[in-house]
Ligand binder design. Structure first.
Ligand code: HEC
Ligand code: HEC
Ligand code: HEC
Length: 152
């Protein structure tokens, strides 16, 4: 009896968890390119990171900003370093580009994030530091100001 009940609850939970994906099944999924290479894997199992990445990121942010604890695992810069790479034409997509790892999915799911107003959307090594000195300087000032005000 209890076993049966357990089984039914498990199936129900499964259905509830899967439900949000149902709508997605009808339309083609966004194409996201994933980092490849031997032994390259995400910082969390894929179904976990897919569902919970926002929580990991926000938790990591609070740890860094409020407690001064810096670790690499859930660092946003770390995600970007691994996930954002040049496309076949050698262009590194920016955060508002369909090809940008985070945006491909968010645009599709109509999610909007403001993170890249302050955080780099491309790995540092691909940001041409001299191309827009003014914009970068301004961005830095804004970040420092926000930090000063503790507005996060
Ligand atoms: C107004 C500017 C601003 C915005 C917008 C912003 N951040 Fe931050 N964030 C900062 C600053 C400043 C720090 C502290 C930087 C440091 O000390 O490394 C930080 C630190 C972090 C960290 C910890 C350090 C790291 O590299 O992982 C994470 C994670 C993070 N932010 C995630 C986010 C996410 C996710 C969003 C969007 C939901 C976001 N931030 C939006 C300014 C911002
Ligand atoms: C060292 C490389 C690496 C880092 C760092 C990394 N990932 Fe991943 N990520 C991957 C790979 C590879 C996959 C494909 C699944 C797998 O093989 O683990 C993946 C899969 C994903 C997926 C699922 C994509 C899909 O197909 O639905 C999301 C979402 C994701 N990562 C977000 C993040 C976030 C957010 C961070 C930072 C907190 C991060 N990743 C850090 C390599 C990385
Ligand atoms: C596999 C698809 C996918 C990928 C790839 C992905 N996201 Fe998301 N993200 C989502 C979905 C779907 C939501 C909305 C979830 C919800 O509303 O419960 C979301 C929500 C978020 C949120 C919370 C937004 C809010 O206002 O609640 C943040 C922050 C975020 N993602 C950051 C990132 C970052 C940074 C990356 C790239 C490193 C990324 N995501 C890559 C699918 C994705």
């Amino acid at each position: 009896m209890t076993k049966r009940f357990l089984r039914i609850s498990l199936i129900l939970t499964g259905l509830i968890l899967l439900f949000p994906l149902q709508g997605m099944a009808d339309t083609p999924l966004p194409s996201i390119s994933l980092p490849e290479g031997e032994g390259v894997k995400c910082v969390e199992p894929v179904d976990d990171i897919r569902r919970n990445h926002m929580n990991y990121l926000l938790h990591q942010r609070d740890k860094t900003v409020y407690e001064g604890i810096r670790t690499e695992k859930h660092s946003l810069a770390n995600c970007i370093d691994c996930h954002v790479q040049p496309n076949e034409q050698g262009v590194v997509p920016a955060h508002d580009d369909k090809e940008h790892f985070c945006n491909a999915c968010h645009e599709y799911a109509a999610v909007q994030i403001d993170c890249f107003g302050c955080h780099a959307d491309r790995p540092q090594k691909f940001i041409k530091r001299n191309s827009q000195p003014h914009a970068l300087q301004q961005q830095l000032n804004e970040v420092l100001m926000a930090k000063e005000m503790g507005a996060h």
